[in-house]
Write a protein of this length. Structure first.
Length: 56
């Protein structure tokens, strides 16, 4: 997925020097904060905390 984003920047002849710095932010958002349909449209962090509360 990230490769598609980088290639889209290259195809549009846009300066990609900022991609290196924005990549960790995007990966953090994608893995921890975006809503997942398989989790009932919750972020992974919210899902984890909800289920930890049920266990404890």
């Amino acid at each position: 997925m990230l490769q598609c984003i980088i290639f889209s920047f290259l195809a549009q002849d846009i300066d990609v020097s900022g991609v290196r710095y924005s990549q960790p932010d995007y990966v953090n958002w994608y893995n921890k904060h975006r809503l997942h349909s398989s989790l009932g449209y919750m972020s992974p962090l919210d899902y984890k905390f909800l289920h930890l509360k049920k266990v404890v």
